[in-house]
Design a protein around this ligand. Sequence first.
Ligand SMILES: Nc1ncnc2c1ncn2[C@@H]1O[C@H](COP(=O)(O)OP(=O)(O)OP(=O)(O)O)[C@@H](O)[C@H]1O
Ligand SMILES: [Mg+2]
Length: 327
Amino acid sequence: MSDDLAIEVRNLVRVFESRKGFFFGEKNRTEALKGVELLVGRGTIFGLLGPNGAGKTTLTKILSTLLLPTTGTVRVLGHDVVEEASWLRPRIGLVLGGERGLYNRINARENLRYFADLYGIPPVERDRRITEVLERVDLTWAGDRRVEEYSRGMKQKLHIARGILHRPEILFLDEPTIGLDPKSARETRKLVRSLVVDGVTIFLTTHYMFEAEELCPQVAVLSKGRIVANDTIGGLRQRVGGDRTIEVEAYGFEDRELSLLRGLPGVSHVTGEEFGPRMRLTLRVRTWETTPEQVGLLLPGHPELSVRERRTSLEDVYLDLVEEEAN
Ligand SMILES: Nc1ncnc2c1ncn2[C@@H]1O[C@H](COP(=O)(O)OP(=O)(O)OP(=O)(O)O)[C@@H](O)[C@H]1O
Ligand SMILES: [Mg+2]
């Protein structure tokens, strides 16, 4: 494997098996990852996008040696996550976030002291390092406050402080901004960006395309256990048909009309959504051949028909990718 790779995943499958029912006779089998292939370079922020249940946390846990692969090979920093887990662990930071993993009854410094001891940070260095990371995540002012008094955003920052305490070479962040208000989310993203300047490789998962766009030069989209795209943001924008989106709204459409729209020149996608009594169709259009006026002419006899054109957002591209997989 080449030295500039931080992550190398080959044909990774992860199956969860559990038993349920009378005397646990029924077997429940979930294939959370179905042959994932992924390469991530060092010194960058890599974004993994995907809807609920796509397998993001499962992949993050395997990469950070918390969970074993069922089959396939996974190397991080050039080392196998199964065979060389003990070499890897001190070099990896993992932030799963949420309410778990912090001690509420003690203050932030005491929490970090506990983890510093776990990581084997020498006592002479420990308190200096704790001061450094608290400063880094902008929590110096609250270092002596008990964690139970912390807001969600402050807890998230403390999770990150904990994740970087032992100066990992690679940091895994599972949905670092989930549940944060826009200001705290922005501060967290700023913090993430600042970490990469120090040479840390960052692998983060998110549901939000705009977050990936803001932070990540390269992103992969995971859907139902499969990578359905792995590209730059610009590349992603191009993959799913041109740059234009036409939205059509009315009180319902006939199948015949849908076929007509699908058959228009340059139309690569037609998706529908209900809005109470109204229905909105979203057309992805690749060329200039089809205009909103032409679409309107194809749909006579609709009271209050609305046709408008807007720029295709990255969120649209993401939803197209995830939907393509679902169909
Ligand atoms: N310990 C487990 N036992 C059984 N099934 C599991 C377990 N952990 C995850 N799964 C299943 O694996 C699939 C992927 O779950 P995972 O948590 O990795 O998704 P995710 O992309 O992180 O979703 P979310 O966005 O909701 O966090 C789901 O179908 C989930 O139910
Ligand atoms: Mg998850």
